[in-house]
Design a protein around this ligand. Structure first.
Ligand code: BDR
Ligand code: CA
Length: 308
């Protein structure tokens, strides 16, 4: 059993990542969900996390809200991709329970402190909360078992030609996180774009009862699904990595986040010409796509059986 703390900004693919985690209860113990402003504002990412916790039957997992905005007051959102609510046109039942007391940054620090070496941090939104947690308590770098992020790329951006959204949304935070002294497991666009929902994959989600009422319309809102390809469920790659790192090829690299460039702000400048001991990241370079979907759909099937 692996313990994970998931920092997220739901977000359609965040929701699909949470569903993967919820459907992997035999292998994952989710110790908390923290939220950050990202795809949409913090109030909405938190409301979505609360609704998802109940819809996905995640039990008593605490949901703790965190940073509303980036370290510098420059707001980048992706409502044009995820819809104004953050979950496309999916409307989940109103949640019965609210957030846990406190702030995500304190929750991250205290939770890692209480269980050093055991908890993997999975960050699938802008890295604001993680950077502030590092600043508050640099020892979290040693206490975390691993840090796995969906973010960045060494080939291309998506929000613009240079930058991936989570990096561009808070480049200063990302720079702090990459410079903190741990080995960042970076699942960037180079591999997450391969996690693309085709018609064949969507057809495997359709028979999944109540769960399909989230998965299918959310995916279709996220992008056009065709036989050749469709929207990429980026964030699910980070959870899949925790479940089965062998799905990915990962290569040591030095990653520096551009914070100053006029056209390249948020770019993850990745240098593979390093010895392993000099690296600050393990960067994913390939994904076994059929095995990925077997893992994801298998977890969704298990969850669907519980949800009815
Ligand atoms: C990342 O940006 C967000 O829009 C998604 O939720 C994902 O975390 C992909 O670039
Ligand atoms: Ca996200």
């Amino acid at each position: 059993m692996k313990k994970v703390l998931i920092d997220c900004d739901p977000g359609i693919d965040d929701a699909l990542a949470l569903a993967l985690a919820a459907g992997s209860a035999d292998h994952l113990d989710i110790v908390g969900i923290t939220t950050v402003g990202g795809n949409v504002d913090l109030e909405l990412t938190t409301a979505n996390a609360l609704a998802l916790r109940e819809f996905l039957a995640m039990g008593q997992v605490p949901v703790v809200p965190g940073s509303a905005g980036a370290l510098l007051p420059r707001t980048v959102r992706a409502a044009h991709v995820h819809g104004t609510s953050g979950l496309g046109d999916v409307v989940l039942p109103e949640p019965q329970r609210g957030v846990s007391e406190g702030h995500a940054v304190d929750f991250i620090v205290e939770t890692l402190k209480a269980d050093p070496g055991e908890i993997t941090l999975v960050a699938v939104g802008p890295l604001t909360n993680i950077a502030l947690a590092v600043r508050r308590e640099p020892r979290i770098v040693e206490w975390a078992r691993d840090l796995v992020i969906m973010g960045g790329s060494y080939t291309r951006g998506n929000h613009n030609p240079a930058a991936e959204f989570n990096m561009l949304a808070d480049p200063e935070a990302a720079a702090i996180v990459f410079e903190a002294g741990w080995t960042v497991r970076m699942l960037g666009l180079d591999v997450t774009l391969k996690a693309s929902v085709t018609t064949a994959v969507l057809d495997r989600m359709r028979p999944l009862g109540r769960l399909s009422e989230l998965l299918v319309p959310a995916t279709q809102f996220y992008g056009m699904v065709t036989a050749e390809g469709g929207p990429a469920i980026h964030d699910a790659c980070a959870v899949a990595y925790v479940l089965d790192p062998e799905l990915f090829t990962c290569v040591p690299a030095v990653v520096n986040v551009e914070t100053a460039g006029q056209y390249t702000r948020g770019m993850t400048v990745t240098d593979f010409r390093v010895a392993e001991q000099g690296a600050n990241a393990l960067v994913a370079t390939s994904l076994d796509v059929p095995r990925f979907w077997d893992l994801v759909v298998g977890a969704y099937e298990k969850l669907a059986a519980r949800l009815g």
